[in-house]
Write a protein that binds this ligand. Structure first.
Ligand code: B12
Length: 397
């Protein structure tokens, strides 16, 4: 890109002979080259209202076991609290819209539903790399300092993105963009540069409540509020314990994350299809057969999900989720029912109590009566874990 004469010297100091630099246009142009679809600029403060709402979310315990949302409250509530020198925040978004209907897999109960964002290479790696390149470019041209953040950093990314005019927080609480719909990864560059902020995005949800009504676990106590403890995304990805019985059937075959609230958003029809070169979806994660996933051991799990965000939850939690999906197979086909009952029965002696507990539950869904007693007798007699014993009591009192 041809830079204006005043910044070719890399100092960022303007001579006074040239017009002030239009950082907004320069950064937008450069961000486009790195593959970002949307860019917005905002100040380093979040409103009192956002901070108070975040406080309410924590006070109501809606973060569940994600203690870090509570312990980092003071740094997370506003960018300035994280970095005192920051003057402006550049928010960037990358469209990851799926090429096909992401919910189609839900009609195929012997396959696992993996949310669209996790069908790609780990987006943290992809976006962080691009943010760093863009940030370095800004720092080198301006002489200022930058810090880049994506997802795991203590930043309230969605309210910042709304404030930067990228879109608005929809009723499902995610950021909706007029051009990318609900399929958008977010990342930020904090900078010491003073950049003219954008106007905040206007709420365009109107009277639509498609995302609220579609939620299988009723995770929205009110529009624009999520109780993470009920969200399938939280239960399958973040939650380390035994998933409560009330959520198991509604989970269906969703084994990693959940896209229902995003997928039904009418704004998606304006979404451009994800650029394959940026975020290449793995074909083998679109509808992977449950039978292959349930039998993964630690080594096979790591190999299968190398470079994927799925690897973070570890084999035991993953197989726990897969067993719930297996238990939800309504098999009229005797062969299929027996096949999955055999898989669950094998896992009754797994080394992980998380896996054993859901193997008990799955078996209890797939077979009944004498057959259930026969299939569980031996492992039940050897079971020492109180939670797993309790699962046995639920299926055979
Ligand atoms: C924790 C987390 C989760 C948690 C909690 C989600 C949540 N809504 O908070 C779980 C595991 C459930 C989750 C799920 C998903 N996540 Co997530 N997640 C995050 C993370 C790390 C922090 C979010 C956060 O700060 N939550 C705290 C709450 C307080 O913030 P908030 O949702 O903005 O709440 C605002 C309002 O909803 C309202 N509010 C909330 N509660 C209450 C209560 C009351 C009483 C009131 C008055 C107001 C109010 O006020 C708040 C301030 O404005 C961000 C990355 C980041 N660093 O920001 C990614 C992020 C939000 N996740 C993302 C994605 C893609 C997802 C999933 C789609 C993944 C999937 N397919 O399974 C789902 C979507 C589920 C959903 N409907 O939210 C993207 C969203 C991109 C976008 N376009 O918005 C992010 C930004 C990651 C990224 N860098 O791209 N996620």
């Amino acid at each position: 890109m041809a830079l204006p004469a005043s910044i070719n010297d890399n100092t960022g100091v303007q001579s006074g002979r040239t017009a002030p630099l239009d950082w907004r246009s320069l950064i937008r142009e450069q961000a486009d080259r790195y593959g970002f679809d949307v860019v917005g600029f905002t100040t380093a403060e979040l409103s009192e209202r956002v901070q108070a709402d975040y406080r309410s979310f924590i006070d109501l315990g809606r973060h569940g076991d994600m203690d870090w949302l509570q312990t980092t409250f003071d740094r997370r509530r506003t960018p300035r609290a994280l970095w005192d020198d920051v003057k402006s925040v550049i928010v960037l978004g990358m469209n990851y819209g799926p090429a096909d209907d992401p919910l189609a897999v839900l009609a195929n109960p012997t396959a696992g539903g993996i949310s669209v964002y996790a069908r790609h290479r780990d987006y943290h790696d992809v976006i962080k790399g691009k943010l760093k390149q863009l940030g370095q470019w800004i720092a080198s041209k301006s002489g200022g300092e930058i810090k880049v953040f994506v997802d795991t950093a203590p930043v309230l990314e969605k309210p910042l993105a709304e404030q930067a005019g990228i879109g608005w927080q929809g009723k499902h609480t995610n950021l909706v963009s007029r051009t990318a719909g609900s399929w958008l990864f977010l990342g930020e560059i904090f900078t010491t540069l003073e950049i003219q902020p954008d106007r905040p995005g206007d709420d365009r949800c109107g009277s639509c409540r498609a995302c609220l009504d579609v939620c299988p676990t009723d995770a929205f106590p009110a529009p624009y509020q999520l109780d993470a403890r009920r969200c399938i995304s939280y239960l399958t990805i973040e939650y380390k314990g035994h998933i409560a019985a009330e959520f198991r059937k509604p989970m269906g075959n969703r084994i990693y994350g959940c896209d229902d609230c995003l997928a039904v958003c009418p704004w998606n029809k304006f979404s451009r299809i994800a650029n394959e070169a940026k975020l290449k979806a793995r074909d083998d994660l679109e509808a992977p057969p449950l039978r292959d996933l349930a039998t993964l051991d630690e080594t096979a799990f790591r190999k299968r999900f190398r470079g994927s965000p799925i690897k973070r939850i570890g084999r035991d939690r993953f197989v726990r989720n897969v067993l719930i999906a297996a238990g939800n197979i309504q098999a009229n086909d005797e062969g299929l029912r027996t096949e999955f009952a055999d898989i669950a029965q094998d896992l009754l002696s797994d080394s992980s109590a998380l896996v054993r507990a859901m193997a008990v539950w799955a078996l209890g869904q797939l077979v009944q009566g004498e057959e259930l007693v026969d299939r569980t007798k031996q492992s039940r007699a050897h079971e020492l874990d109180a939670d797993v014993q309790n699962e046995y009591r639920q299926i055979i009192p």
